[in-house]
Design a binder for this molecule. Structure first.
Ligand code: PLP
Length: 411
């Protein structure tokens, strides 16, 4: 079972999907487009702007596309630096690389998200944006990061791919900066099979993102309009994905409720003890609770418990750790092969190799995630409960975890 949205699939997803198929079948004139050809996509965008109280929403074909469109819309490109955390998903970095900009890594802290103090130390005259990532469904320290962005005239581009529905001080993540990017792939909180969307408060950012995602057309396919005429690509969401994503969006609160009540039950059954503490949460009420993360005092204990439970620590999550992206290290070391389109930057200021961010390495090596609604081997989350688990299942998982911890740390 990949993500929580997937586990909540039901009749509404089927009904919406068949509605699209039926409406297309009902188009008897072979020369005309089906009526309301983007009805589901537009409907989803409208529902998302309402759900997130965001002025503009653009549905796209993936979370990666949402990031790329946001970077294009903000005009971030060659010569620009974007600060990203060392714990990430590879797409966050590849979007920056494909925009032609340079990713600059900063440390995470025990929240597993950007450490604001370290962000400050990485700002240069080339820095254009901060890209905080709400990793594992929990909000970053948006107060501190927003302040830094304001003070230094930087864009705040939130990667909220893993955190649809998360809030910080009552407000949805993804709505704090100039743009927020979300994913609806099958591992995310809600899913349309694939897909994603971008939120922005800024009409010009929306117009440019629209143009970029749809071959340079003005919003809603107009030939003329206000704003910038851009070269674009095809990053559009399709009707089938939107139809399913709408059904999922209607379930978002139920999905979050279920995750949160499971996480509460699971953590209540894992009493506090020396040598182990929960991940730091910047807003515990706003966590999507797709995973429950514990930090050990040392990496050896975390590894031993992980081994006992048949899982791994977060340091060993392929594609989620800056030091485990050999393609990036090669690119920045001056080996142009991993970059399909361009030469690597002249000045390789960053090694992009394990060890470059000692605090991040230490935190990830000590962190173990128990799954609550999300099962993803590549996140190191193979052990835990699912949305369908019973109270007995939760107790059994907590018991196995407690036993493994006690076995390693002693009673
Ligand atoms: C999943 C994810 C993405 C990319 O989303 P896709 O829809 O798979 O392209 C980007 N960033 C983060 C943090 C993610 O977890």
């Amino acid at each position: 079972m990949p993500g929580p949205g997937y586990a909540h699939f039901g009749a509404e997803e089927r009904r919406n999907l068949l509605e699209v198929v039926d409406s297309w079948l009902a188009t008897s004139d072979a020369h005309s487009r089906p009526p309301g050809v983007d009805a589901q996509v537009r409907g989803l965008e409208r529902e998302l702007t309402a759900r997130f109280a965001s002025p503009h929403c653009l549905a796209v074909n993936s979370g990666t596309s949402a990031l790329l469109a946001a970077l294009a819309a903000l005009g971030i490109g060659p010569g620009d630096e974007v600060i990203v955390p060392g714990y990430l998903y590879t797409a966050s970095v590849s979007a920056v690389v494909f925009a032609g900009a340079t990713p600059v890594f900063a440390e995470i802290d025990e929240s597993l998200t950007l450490d604001p103090a370290d962000v400050l130390a990485r700002i240069t005259p080339r820095t254009k944006a901060l890209m905080p990532i709400h990793m594992l469904g929990a909000p970053c320290d948006l107060a501190a990061l927003g302040q830094i962005a304001d003070d230094h005239g930087l864009f705040l581009l939130e990667d909220a791919a893993q955190a649809c529905g998360a809030t910080y001080q009552g407000r949805p993540v993804g709505t704090f900066g100039q743009a927020g990017a979300f994913s609806t792939n099958i591992f995310k909180v809600i899913t349309g099979g694939d897909g994603g969307f971008l939120l922005t408060p800024d009409e010009r950012v929306f117009q440019r993102a629209y143009s970029f995602h749809h071959h340079g057309w003005f919003p809603y396919g107009q030939e003329t309009g206000d704003g910038d005429l851009l070269f674009g690509l095809n990053l559009r969401m399709n009707e089938f994905t939107a139809a399913v994503a709408r059904a999922q969006l209607a379930r978002l609160d139920a999905i979050l409720d279920r995750n949160r009540s499971l996480a509460r039950a699971l953590s209540a059954a894992i009493p506090a003890r020396d040598g182990l503490r929960p991940r730091l949460l910047h807003d515990a009420d706003g966590d999507c609770a797709t995973l429950l993360v514990y930090l050990f005092d040392d990496a050896a204990s975390a590894d031993a418990v992980a081994k006992e439970l048949g899982t791994r620590t977060l340091l060993h999550s392929p594609k989620h750790y800056y030091g485990g992206l050999p393609e990036l290290a090669a690119l920045m070391a001056g080996d142009g092969r991993p970059s399909p389109f361009r030469r690597p930057p002249d000045r390789a200021r960053h090694g992009y190799r394990a060890g470059a961010l000692p605090q991040t390495d230490a935190v990830l090596a000590r962190s173990l995630a128990l799954t609550v609604g999300l099962t993803d081997t590549y996140l190191g989350a193979d052990f835990g409960v699912t949305p369908r688990s019973t109270p007995e299942d939760v107790e059994a998982v907590a018991d196995r975890f407690r036993t493994a911890v006690n076995g390693v740390l002693g009673r």
